[in-house]
Design a protein around this ligand. Structure first.
Ligand SMILES: C[C@H](CCC(=O)NCCS(=O)(=O)O)[C@H]1CC[C@H]2[C@@H]3CC[C@@H]4C[C@H](O)CC[C@]4(C)[C@H]3C[C@H](O)[C@]12C
Length: 325
């Protein structure tokens, strides 16, 4: 399970929680503009937008889980096991493998509108990276610095591209059903509730926060969708970058999975391995990890992007406790 958001407060922040029971050995990876992007079924792209994101580098190829480009377009792949379907090669389409999809879009598009245009001709093809890295059933949130966002889901019906009015994504079910389910929670509120149950009864507002009494809190994807939408929509707007980065991480951490709560196999638990987010205006990429709640940052090196070698940064995973005496 995973959660991805776009939080727009002047600058926009885009990223995700990665929830899983094992770590893949991912790093922060900057792909500069002249890193040759090879595709299985399409011609090489020699020059493209630079990308920063979380990726597993295999044979000098960055398998991006999520990332954003220098123009302020972001994209994250989230688990979509069940509905996800990839196709055999189609002659009238641009056949892109799921593992190429993030660099394919972020390398060429500056906005959601441009991505939508590009996607009209795309089919996701059922080719894996290697026998060891099988095809993953994913769907994607794509968002830009204006705050616009879309969801891309490849199912037996084809490549569905949905406008996303909420700017969040989790996992199953398909996106239209997630939106429908959100409608069930429209009376949830940061304000105190009004008694409409039985107006003749005097019901005490016995606690602060009673307006969010029915906010779901489960680890499952429907609960996280509702909870993160509520948290994000009501998040304050900060005056500084620091304030907004902190607000942003509080949004993602509101749906963090703590170890011990989501048992995916006997005595094996899924948890939030990392949370990340890019300021889509400045290109600075921030992240926290399960063991290191300190916010770490990797800047987009704007003067060094015209080159062809990947730049990698190991995750700072050590706990940082400030001992004060
Ligand atoms: C597992 C993760 C989603 C987290 C999640 O939702 N976990 C729920 C598990 S559970 O369903 O609840 O049990 C997803 C998110 C992004 C994915 C990588 C994307 C690039 C590449 C694509 C290739 O095709 C296959 C290998 C590859 C490295 C992918 C591995 C894996 O698939 C990643 C990490």
């Amino acid at each position: 399970m995973c959660t991805s958001v776009i939080y727009t407060v002047g600058d926009a922040y885009f990223g995700r929680n990665l929830d899983l029971e094992v770590s893949f050995g991912q790093q922060v990876v900057i792909m500069p503009r002249d890193f040759a992007l090879h595709f299985r079924k399409l011609p090489t792209i020699a020059h493209h937008y630079a990308i920063t994101g979380m990726a597993l580098v295999q044979d000098n190829y960055p398998l991006y889980f999520d990332g954003a480009n220098e123009k302020g377009l972001g994209m994250a792949g989230l688990n979509f096991d069940g509905p996800a379907h990839y196709f055999p090669e189609q002659t009238d389409k641009q056949n892109v493998t799921p593992f190429e999809f993030v660099p394919y879009v972020l390398g060429q598009c500056a906005t959601v509108a441009e991505a939508k245009k590009l996607l009209k001709n795309v089919s996701l093809i059922n080719i894996n990276f290697s026998d060891k890295l099988a095809l993953s059933p994913l769907h994607w949130l794509i968002a830009d610095k204006s705050g616009a966002s879309i969801v891309v889901e490849s199912t037996t019906a084809g490549l569905n591209v949905y406008d996303n009015p909420v700017g969040v994504l989790t996992n199953n079910p398909e996106f239209p059903q997630q939106l429908q389910n959100l409608a069930n929670y429209q009376s949830v509120s940061p304000a105190n509730p009004e008694n409409t149950l039985a107006v003749n009864l005097s019901l005490p507002v016995y606690s602060r926060g009673l307006g969010s009494h029915f906010l779901p809190g489960g680890m499952d994807s429907e609960s996280r969708f509702v909870k993160v939408a509520f948290t994000k929509e009501n998040a304050p707007v900060g005056k500084t970058e620091d304030e907004n980065v902190i607000n942003y991480f509080h949004i993602l951490h509101s749906v963090e999975q703590q170890k011990g709560l989501d048992e995916v196999a006997p005595n094996t638990f899924e948890y939030t391995i990392y949370s990340d987010g890019m300021d889509l205006t400045t290109g600075t990429f921030y992240y926290t990890t399960y063991t290191n709640n300190q916010i770490n940052a990797v800047k987009m090196p704007k003067d060094h992007l015209d080159q062809d070698q990947l730049m990698t940064f190991d995750l700072q995973d050590k706990p940082t406790i400030n001992y004060q005496n």
